[in-house]
Design a protein around this ligand. Structure first.
Ligand code: GLU
Length: 520
């Protein structure tokens, strides 16, 4: 295929917040389009008005803005194949419904929901298809004048696709190869409803992919069952020569691999399944988002890119440009990808560590402000630099036990860094570190250390180190752990000279005096 003719689309239905699997689908479309110099279309599939959720469309657009996934055409992006919102394309679909009715690929059906239910009771495995359609009320079983007069009277009807049984339908999938499904298992799908004068997903999707000249349909595995129907629709329209290539992406699985990833898994184990925080307009319930949970967009992109695809090397940290360069649809896996949320932490940490301390100081200042601390960007950057490589405790969602992991989010820094800004108020004598390291002669040793520090004119790290290391060697006193208790209150924190230099001479000595007086 001519590379410049590559056109893909991401076509969400605005029925709620975008699931992280949808984000991955959009990302793969984006990588594919960029790799081949093609175009990426943003289409809103809102023909099912009963499922419309206010705010969902705006939410989806904002999510991609945050993630840096850019569209070339579509709702909010312009383009000459619009409108790109399906509810604004009624007239277009009507025309194509008529094409199918005229060429005999579709028919009109008047069966009411009650009649359909009754049929389901009569026939346990009822399906509206070649085996049953002649028992129903439709334009195949009723005379033409009756059909016309019912329509003229304003009777509601649907248009159904007439599927001939017994044919092997081949879906040529770029990831799964030749997928064969027999047409006998398909039902005569509703393509259009007179009640709202709108097509259903299947018809609108095919007509739009055709008119928007989509070359590749890259979407989640959950749409694979619809693909044979789509192949038949292309044929019914006579569009088989320009039919897009299909690629159905592997499912995202629960972290343990047992079943499809759901919002409940995220709630239970404590990770978001939506890109941004979502406020449900009806229930008011709030669901957490990657952005608000402190993930960096580039980390989320990298993490998602490797859920179902890999470049065939060990390299895991890949910039968006590298991803674009290496991406290959054919290297996507067929089997589902386990949603390893801890790997998501790992990616976030790697990307966090790629930032400068000055860059990290900005969100850290916000975190400090939330905890009632104001300080300068320089001091915030200094603390970040001392603590970003440390380990933090967290509650494991599975076992509810306290575990440890490397700092992976800026917010992890608060419980590790409070002592930089707040002096110890009391000391926990039962704390293991305190018990072990505050001994009988500690108060006396700390007094000596205090006097040594008092004499220093310059309080920078090197000056302290030279003086105190020498003093420690001469006296044989190992002051570090007791000194840590004085300045931190517990067995945490950075190198003592770094900490003391940060606090300054006055504050260092103040904290030491307080500890000596309190602990004795
Ligand atoms: N509107 C469908 C969705 O919500 C699009 C499926 C497709 O890409 O064909 O995902």
């Amino acid at each position: 295929m001519n590379q410049t003719n590559i056109r893909v689309r991401f076509a969400p239905s605005p029925t709620g917040p975008l699931h992280i699997g949808g984000v991955r689908t959009a990302l793969y479309n984006y990588l594919f389009a960029r790799k081949h110099g093609g175009k990426m279309i943003f289409r809103i599939e809102d023909t099912d008005s009963t499922r419309f959720v206010p705010g969902a469309e705006e939410y989806i657009i904002e999510s991609f803005k945050w993630l840096g996934i850019e569209f070339d055409e579509g709702v909010g992006f312009g383009g000459d194949k619009g409108p790109y919102r399906q509810s604004e394309r009624r007239e277009i679909y009507k025309k194509y419904v008529d094409v199918l009715l005229q060429n005999g690929s579709a028919y009109i059906a008047f069966d009411t929901p009650e009649e359909l239910n009754q049929k389901r009771e009569e026939l346990p495995n009822f399906q509206y298809d070649a085996s049953t359609r002649m028992q129903m009320r439709n334009s195949l079983t009723m005379p033409k004048d009756e059909v016309d007069s019912l329509i003229a009277q304003g009777q509601q009807y649907v248009v159904r696709f007439k599927i001939e049984p017994g044919e092997d339908i081949h879906v040529c999938d770029l990831i799964r190869g030749d997928v064969v499904i027999n047409s006998s298992v398909l039902d005569d799908k509703v393509l259009y409803k007179s009640a709202d004068q709108l097509p259903t997903y299947h018809l609108a999707n095919i007509v739009d992919d055709h008119l928007m000249e989509v070359s590749h349909v890259i979407r989640g595995e959950e749409w694979l069952p619809s693909a044979p129907l789509h192949v038949l629709l292309y044929r019914a329209f006579g569009w088989q020569n320009t039919m897009p290539r299909f690629a159905h992406l592997p499912l995202l699985l629960k972290p343990d691999g047992k079943g499809k990833l759901s919002k409940r898994d995220g709630d239970k184990l404590g990770f978001p399944v939506f890109p941004l925080e979502w406020h449900d307009p009806k229930s008011g319930a709030v669901s957490s988002g990657y952005r608000e949970s402190g993930y960096l967009p580039e980390a989320v992109i990298n993490f998602l890119a490797l859920l179902g695809w890999n470049p065939g090397t060990e390299q895991e940290i890949l910039s968006i440009d590298q991803l674009i360069e290496l991406f290959d649809l054919q290297k996507c896996s067929k089997s589902g990808a386990k949603f390893d949320y801890m790997k998501g932490w790992w990616f976030n940490r790697e990307y966090l560590l790629m930032k400068t301390n000055e860059e990290l100081a900005q969100p850290f200042l916000t975190l400090l402000a939330d905890n009632g601390i104001t300080t300068t960007p320089d001091r915030a950057a200094a603390v970040v630099g001392m603590m970003k490589q440390k380990v933090v405790e967290y509650v494991d969602g599975q076992s509810q036990q306290i575990k440890k992991r490397s700092v992976s989010f800026v917010k992890d820094l608060w419980p590790l860094c409070d002592f930089f800004f707040i002096a110890p108020q009391d000391f926990d004598r039962n704390d293991k570190f305190v018990r072990k390291n505050w001994r009988e002669n500690s108060a006396d040793e700390m007094k000596q250390l205090r006097d040594q520090l008092q004499q220093l004119e310059n309080f920078d790290i090197d000056t302290q180190k030279t003086a105190i290391d020498t003093w420690a060697e001469q006296t044989g006193i190992k002051p570090w752990n007791a000194w840590r208790i004085c300045l931190v209150g517990k067995g945490q924190g950075p190198d003592m000279y770094e900490l003391a230099a940060f606090l300054g001479k006055e504050e260092t000595i103040r904290r030491m005096d307080f500890a000596i007086a309190t602990l004795k």
